[in-house]
Ligand binder design. Structure first.
Ligand code: OMP
Length: 239
């Protein structure tokens, strides 16, 4: 199992390179793995990837693709060419879409002779609670749907899923020890929930079987981001 430092992914949900530079400099060697999502990538594009790569940081490019199979597969091929460590799609885009994406990622990496990025499926967003879920008129409860989507993702050849820590034990039981479970919705005791619903503490997320913890605002919006990250890492170590 990897060291805890390699299992904490900090979400760089900011809009400018100035904010990125300041946060990454403040966090220094404490954080090895960063998530670049829509807010940052749509505003800074390749510049933020180049910056993080130059510093030797691992990158999860979180663009949550969701479209017809060919469009997502070609999008995934384009993201593979960027040389990041992890990319993702929405599992609700369907099994055919996920299979097409997995095939394109593998083929593109092979042709370019570069490492294949981990291809991950988002199951049910961690912001979703039962009330909001019921408005979508699914006939299954959230945990069952998460496990179902995780099974579909595994069968389609994906490397893992994004889910809440609350569903991690169920996914682990069904998908086995090698299927990656990435959990946002991580909140240290007493931290603001913001828009997250299905949450757990860093220690609980690890004990539940998460491989990677995605943490944004509890670190990036903290008065002292480095101290906040160190406290989370210490809690992970204890767990
Ligand atoms: O795919 C994701 O990373 C993701 C999936 C999910 O279900 N929930 C979720 O919060 N995320 C991302 O994880 C990060 C969580 O950030 P904080 O709520 O600030 O810790 C954000 O960048 C979200 O976009």
């Amino acid at each position: 199992m990897k060291q805890v430092e390699n299992r904490l992914i900090v979400a760089l949900d900011v809009a400018t390179m100035a904010e990125v530079r300041q946060l990454v400099a403040t966090l220094g060697d404490t954080v090895h793995y960063y998530k670049v999502g829509m807010q940052l990538f749509y505003s800074t594009g390749m510049e933020c990837l180049a910056y993080l790569r130059e510093l030797g940081k691992d990158i999860f490019l979180d663009l949550k693709m969701h479209d017809i199979p060919n469009t997502v597969a070609q999008g995934a091929a384009s993201l593979t060419r960027l040389g990041v460590g992890m990319i993702n799609v929405h599992a609700s885009g369907g099994a055919a879409m996920m299979r097409a994406a997995a095939a394109q990622v593998a083929e593109t990496a092979l042709n370019l002779n570069i490492p294949r990025p981990k291809l991950i499926a988002v199951t049910v967003l961690t912001s979703m609670d039962e009330q909001e879920w019921s408005l979508l008129r699914h006939s299954t409860a959230i945990p069952e749907q998460v496990v179902h989507l995780a099974k579909l993702a595994k069968e389609a050849g994906l490397d893992g899923v994004v889910a809440s820590p609350q569903e991690a034990p169920l996914i682990r039981a069904v998908c086995g020890p090698d299927f990656a479970i990435i959990t946002p919705g991580v909140r240290p005791q007493g931290a603001a929930l913001n828009d997250q619903s299905r949450v757990a503490t860093p220690a609980a997320a690890l004990r539940a079987g998460a491989h990677y913890l995605v943490v944004g605002r509890p670190v990036t919006a903290a008065g002292e981001p480095r101290a906040a990250a160190l406290a989370i890492l210490e809690e992970m170590r204890q767990a």
